[in-house]
Design a binder for this molecule. Structure first.
Ligand code: TTP
Ligand code: MG
Length: 360
C-alpha cells in the first residue's frame, strides 16, 4: 500500500514584535514602526529586531544596523523591544494553534509546525488554516502567514511565500515546480556565507541547487551542501515533534587566558546570565534549574546545579543563583572556561519565583 502523504502546516506571525506594538498603540497603524536598539539620532549602535511592513518599504530589515535604518527613515517610530509583552502574546497565539493539531511544535517565538495529516485532505487542512487565521485575528488582533505542504521544508517556505496575511498550499505533485524559481536564500540554513558560495558556483535558485551534482556540492560545501540539495529537492522527513520547545539553554565562554580574578569572573557570569535571560524571554520560557560548569587549567571539568522551589524568568534571580552556585567551586587552580545552563524549562504562566522569594 502506498503511504498517504503527510499534511504539514507552518505558521509564522507577520512582523511579530512590530505588529504587537501597533496592536497596543493603534495610533501607530499604517506608520513605519521599527523595534530595536535606540537610534540616538543616527549615532546609535545595535540593530533592528524587526519592523512593520510600512518600514520595509524603505528597505529596512531585521538585523540591519539601527543607524542605517535611521538614515533610511528618520521619521519612523523607533521602539525598544518589550520582550515580556511579546512572550505573553506568543503564549496566547501558541495556545490557539495547539488546539488545531494532535501534533504541534513551537519552533520560535512566532512560528510553529502542525501535523494536520488527520484532516485527510489538503482542502480540509486549508479550511483549518483559514479558521486558525481568523481566530488569531479576532482574539489577538494579529495576522499570520501559513504554508501547507507534504513536509516541514515545503510548509516553511510556503508560509513565507505570500507574506503578510498569506495562505499558500503546495500539492505534493507540485513541490519541485513551486520551489524551483525561488532564490536559494529561501532555504533555512542558507545564510550569507553559504549563499555567497552557491552564487560563486552559479547557483542562484532552488531549482539550480536541486540540479547540482552531489560531488560538486561535496567539494565546495561538504555534507552541508548535500543536505541543502535534499531540501532543494523538497525532501524532508523530519517529524513534527510534540513539545519541541528547548529542553535547556546554555552559554559558555573560554577565557583568553586562564584566570583566578574573582571580579573578572563575576562580570563574565553576569554577562552569561543576562544572555540566558534574554533567550528565556525570547522563547517565553521559565526555568527551575541552573547549572554552572567550570573547566580548570589542565581541562578538569566540574558542574554544580541548584534548583529553585518555583519557576522563574527573572534576570536578577539568574544572576544571583549563578554567583551563589559558582561560590561552591574551590579556586585552587586558575579557570579556563565557565558555562551556565538553565534547564527544567516551562512555557506556561506558573507563579514565578521573584527576588523576594529568594530567601538567602
Ligand atoms: P521573523 O518571523 O523572522 O520576522 P517577523 O515576524 O518580524 O516578520 P515576518 O513577517 O517576515 O515574519 O522573526 C520573529 C521575531 O523575532 C521578530 O518579530 C523579531 C525577532 N527577530 C529579532 O529580534 N532579530 C532578527 O534578526 C529576526 C530575524 C527576528
Ligand atoms: Mg514572523
Amino acid at each position: 500500500m502506498v503511504e498517504k502523504p503527510r499534511i504539514i502546516l507552518h505558521v509564522d506571525m507577520d512582523s511579530f514584535y512590530a505588529s504587537v506594538e501597533v496592536r497596543e498603540h493603534p495610533d501607530l497603524q499604517g506608520r513605519p514602526v521599527i523595534v530595536g536598539a535606540d537610534p540616538k539620532g543616527g549615532s546609535g549602535r545595535g540593530v533592528v529586531s524587526t519592523c512593520s511592513y510600512e518600514a520595509r518599504a524603505f528597505g529596512i530589515r531585521s538585523a540591519m544596523p539601527i543607524s542605517e535604518a535611521y538614515a533610511r527613515c528618520p521619521g519612523a517610530v523607533y521602539l525598544r523591544p518589550d520582550m515580556r509583552l511579546y512572550a505573553r502574546v506568543s503564549g496566547e497565539v501558541m495556545a490557539i494553534l495547539r488546539g488545531y493539531a494532535g501534533k504541534f511544535q513551537q519552533v520560535s517565538i512566532d512560528e510553529a509546525y502542525l501535523d494536520l495529516s488527520r484532516a485527510g485532505s489538503l482542502s480540509a487542512a486549508a479550511d483549518l488554516a483559514r479558521s486558525m487565521k481568523s481566530e488569531i485575528r479576532r482574539q489577538e488582533g494579529l495576522t499570520c502567514s501559513v504554508g501547507i505542504g507534504p513536509n516541514k521544508i515545503v510548509a516553511k517556505i510556503a508560509s513565507d511565500f505570500q507574506k503578510p496575511d498569506g495562505l499558500t498550499v503546495v500539492e505534493p505533485g507540485r513541490v519541485r515546480e513551486f520551489l524551483a524559481p525561488l532564490p536559494v536564500e529561501k532555504i533555512p540554513g542558507v545564510g550569507k556565507k553559504t549563499g555567497a558560495e552557491l552564487h560563486r558556483m552559479g547557483i542562484a535558485t532552488i531549482g539550480q541547487l536541486a540540479g547540482c551534482s552531489v560531488p560538486q556540492l561535496l567539494a565546495s560545501l561538504g555534507r552541508h551542501g548535500v543536505a541543502l540539495r535534499e531540501l532543494a529537492l523538497g525532501h524532508d522527513d523530519r517529524e513534527v515533534e510534540q513539545g519541541g520547545a528547548a529542553k535547556s539553554v546554555s552559554r559558555e565562554t573560554t577565557f583568553p587566558e586562564d584566570t583566578d580574578d574573582a571580579r573578572f569572573i563575576a562580570g563574565v557570569l553576569d554577562a552569561l546570565a543576562d544572555d540566558l535571560w534574554r533567550s528565556l524571554e525570547e522563547e517565553g520560557l521559565r526555568f527551575r534549574t541552573l547549572t554552572v560548569k567550570v573547566r580548570y587549567q589542565g581541562f578538569a571539568t566540574h558542574t554544580r546545579s541548584r534548583t529553585l522551589p518555583r519557576f522563574s524568568s527573572d534576570r536578577e534571580v539568574i544572576r544571583r543563583l549563578a554567583r551563589e552556585t559558582f561560590a561552591g567551586f574551590p579556586l585552587h587552580r586558575k579557570i579556563r572556561l565557565i558555562g551556565l545552563r538553565l534547564s527544567a524549562l516551562d512555557a506556561d504562566n506558573t507563579r514565578q519565583t521573584s527576588l523576594e522569594d529568594f530567601a538567602p
